[in-house]
Design a protein around this ligand. Sequence first.
Ligand code: NDP
Ligand code: MG
Ligand code: MG
Length: 332
Amino acid sequence: MAQTWKDTDISLDPIKDQTIAVIGYGIQGDAQANNMKDSGLNVIIGLKEGGNSWKKAEADGHKVMSVADATKQADIIHILIPDMIQGQVYKDEIGPNLSEGKALSFSHAAAIYWKWIEAPNNVDLIMIAPKGPGSKVRETFLDNFGTPAIVAVEQDFTGKAWDKTLGIAKAIGSARAGLIKTTFKEEVETDWFGEQADLCGGAASMVTNAFETLVEAGYQPEIAYFEVLHELKLIVDMIQRYGINGMWRRVSETARYGGLTRGPMVMDAANKENMKKVLTMIQDGTFNKEWISEYQKSGKDAFDKYMKQYDEHQIEKVGKQMRKMMWPDSTE
Ligand code: NDP
Ligand code: MG
Ligand code: MG
């Protein structure tokens, strides 16, 4: 059984006199910085001058400074800028201003695990990864709850790394929803596998294949969209809340029998073999190498060229119309 912690297991005392620099004020940075501040911690924000976030962080009442100054002033440097720039920002601004006994903290372990950042031996390396987007991290905190997180210590130079990790997790509200112990390696590999094979990649491809199957068989695209894409959320919500059998118990008997017997025909052994290949490409570093090289070569185009194929696909064209019908006032 994995090790877990609840809110009452943790004290903020070990970090209440420390300064925490949140580097970046975007999706996670904004939410986590405000939660920590509301929890009574000393938070400062490190940003690049001239960027959009500086004014926003100041308007929200934070003390804002350059990444270099924030690194100098803080005991814990919590790095919440996009993963692909962490290596460069570390090299230019964080590394040169780091000193013994400080902590480098993350919400995703990739930069350390794949050595985009080569951290020294005389600091703590810790991770608090909320399992939800920044908007949820803030909303659930304001509701006196939190977003669950997985936590890890990669390097415990001071012997206090776990106090810092758990303290931050408590301050951002995550301990109220539950913390699970992981490692940097496990977080990176399972996070990437989930988003590639199942959540983003797998789900998008499964829905597209199902849509094409119905439309190619002569069914109306609008009906196909409803059946295979729109309703997916209702099923996923049930699986999240009640588990797989909880979902089966809540759908019609025909859906239950049909799904239980046909699901494995669609997602069969060959599909699982392909998942294993995708996992191996993550574990052996093939994906990391490819992603870094594509990002360096073409930046945003590394994904834009694939997204363009979706833009041109009927599922997106029909989807736009359908969503306009269901949510007339919202923009995409
Ligand atoms: P964002 O893309 O939202 O980060 C943008 C922020 O970084 C902005 O405040 C931006 O400032 C700032 N920034 C950009 N470049 C620099 C720079 N050179 N120096 C200083 N600040 C800079 O990141 P996320 O919140 O999505 O991700 C942060 C971390 O959290 C990542 O490690 C990610 O994997 C992890 N994570 C993210 C989740 C999510 O919900 N998105 C979920 C769980 C983990 P400006 O606006 O001024 O350019
Ligand atoms: Mg993830
Ligand atoms: Mg991820």
